[in-house]
Design a protein around this ligand. Structure first.
Ligand SMILES: [Zn+2]
Length: 509
């Protein structure tokens, strides 16, 4: 069993979780579940970024002590991820002792291995509190941050500790060229290559007299710059600096939004090189969820209420819709009319209908018991082709194509039913043919449950249990994908998987 360590970005504790956050967590969860089906021992980290000015300001506005504020927000985020069926195995908060210790040890390690990488200097520039980042000309338009066009930039001048980021551009370029450090998808890789080729600038990594942060080792009235602090969370969760951390580090995959690619693909690898630690194997930078062309986020003022989106059909249909329609690569649109269309076509009339009519035929013609016919049918051929497509897509993190591949089984099964007409076989007493058809449909549902599981874990489990399995779905079942046997299993009652609703039942979307 190989280990697979993946992380999502940690979110600023400055407001409620929104649809943009949700896409990232759901996508990462889909990958985590896929890796588990493949037999990997998965470490899946999620968490909160709780230091920095933005968080301190939000707490002040919220009229709460900062500590109480971050506790409240962390609880809200984690319970939202649970309600979306995220299967993270660790939850890190940057205010935890384990993280403070890791950040301190990390900076000490740089001081020890590459003392020249840290130096005192004067910084003068403009700072975006939204990004918690000093901005260079290329990151601004009309005097505003590209990510935060409505927020003012703050001029700042300080005597700070600096990190010699400029030194590491060539080494990072080399690591990308060699494939030791992968940046995906390609559009993001090309962006980062341009940034690296243009040359990196040294950055200030401490703040003076800003109390809501981690004390800078050896300089008590400075705190560590929030991004320098935050990036280390991926390492803190492995137990760094205790020696056992090396069994979990490096991470196989950091899933982040495209707006923070530079921090993950330039600053973070440079920090690790400076501390003489291995680089993560891959960064995947997804696009944004858009609402009629505008980015969904708190700062953009465009909010689709996440709770409302979950309440519409439950967690699994939202997961499916986000990954299938919005996608995990480029920006994609979220609209309620399109969500409703997908729900009806793909889920209610597609998967849901196939499952219920197949199980009903087994109940009606074979008293609920799957017949034992192992004979290969065109439906099995379609199932194996779907698996191949599915794995190719999922291994490349093309989640949308993974879902599409699974749905080819739905189409194939519906065609198969039309073709063989089990009801005619029953009427004319062609028992052997009927057994063959019902067994083939059972295998198709088995395969569908497995391929849908990363996208819709609760619905997949419902299908699984309806097939008569009492044990949990796991990697061992995936290894039997090519030739599963359902002989003797007894169909269990299944509530409608995707009930349709009347238009007047919907809240205005
Ligand atoms: Zn910004």
């Amino acid at each position: 069993m190989s280990r697979y360590y993946l992380t999502t970005a940690i979110d600023y504790a400055n407001g409620d979780p929104h649809l943009g956050h949700a896409l990232e967590k759901i996508g990462a969860d889909c990958i985590a579940r896929y890796r588990r089906l493949q037999g990997d021992d998965v470490d899946f980290l999620m968490g909160m970024d709780e230091h920095g000015q933005k968080v301190a300001l939000s707490a002040e506005r919220g009229g709460m002590p900062t500590r109480t504020w971050v506790d409240t927000i962390a609880t809200r985020f984690e319970s939202t991820w649970h309600s979306l069926h995220c299967s993270h195995t660790d939850w890190i908060r940057t205010t935890e002792d384990r993280h403070v210790e890791a950040v301190t040890a990390f900076i000490r390690r740089i001081q020890e291995h590459n003392p020249d990488d840290l130096f005192l200097g004067e910084y003068e520039g403009v700072y975006c509190v939204g990004c918690e980042e000093f901005k260079q000309d290329a990151q601004m338009v009309d005097g505003h941050c590209l990510e935060h066009p409505t927020m003012p930039l703050t001029p700042m001048r300080e005597q700070n500790h600096f990190f010699r980021l400029s030194r590491y551009g060539p080494q990072i370029l080399k690591a990308i060229a060699q494939g030791a450090f992968r940046v995906e998808p390609r559009i993001r890789r090309n962006e980062i290559l341009r940034v690296l080729e243009d040359g990196l600038q040294d950055i200030s990594i401490s703040r003076v007299r800003f109390p809501w942060g981690i004390p800078f080792p050896g300089e008590e009235d400075h705190t560590v710059y929030v991004w320098f602090d935050a990036l280390i969370n991926y390492l803190s969760a492995t137990g760094f600096p205790t020696p056992g951390f090396a069994t979990r580090w490096p991470a196989d995959l950091h899933v982040v939004g495209k707006g923070i690619t530079r921090l993950h693909c330039a600053l973070w690898p440079a920090m690790l090189m400076s501390a003489v630690l291995p680089l993560p194997r891959m960064v995947w930078a997804h696009g944004y969820v858009q609402w009629e062309g505008a980015k969904v986020s708190k700062s953009s003022g465009v909010a689709v209420e996440l709770d409302e989106a979950i309440a519409r059909y439950g967690a699994d249909p939202l997961r499916y819709y986000l990954l299938r329609e919005v996608g995990f690569e480029n920006d994609g649109n979220f609209t309620y009319p399109r969500f409703d269309e997908r729900y009806v076509a793909d889920l209610a009339d597609g998967l849901g209908n196939l499952v219920s009519r197949s199980l009903a035929m087994v109940s009606k013609y074979r008293e609920g018991q799957f017949p034992s016919s192992e004979e290969n049918t065109p439906l099995d051929t379609a199932g194996l082709a779907a698996k191949e497509q599915f794995e190719t897509a999922m291994n490349r993190l093309r989640l949308r194509h993974g879902a599409e591949a699974a749905w080819t089984i739905v189409t194939a099964a519906n065609q198969y039913i039309v073709q063989v007409q089990p009801w005619t076989l029953a009427k004319t007493g062609q028992d052997q043919d009927l057994d063959r058809a019902l067994a083939a449909l059972g295998r198709a549902l088995y395969r569908l449950a497995l391929l849908c599981q990363p996208f819709m874990p609760a619905k997949a489990l419902a299908i699984w249990n309806a097939l008569g399995f009492t044990e949990a779905m796991e990697a061992g079942h995936y290894t039997k994908f090519d030739a599963p046997s359902l002989a003797g299993l007894v169909v269990q009652p299944l509530a409608p998987l995707f009930p349709k609703r009347k238009p007047e039942d919907y809240p205005i979307g």
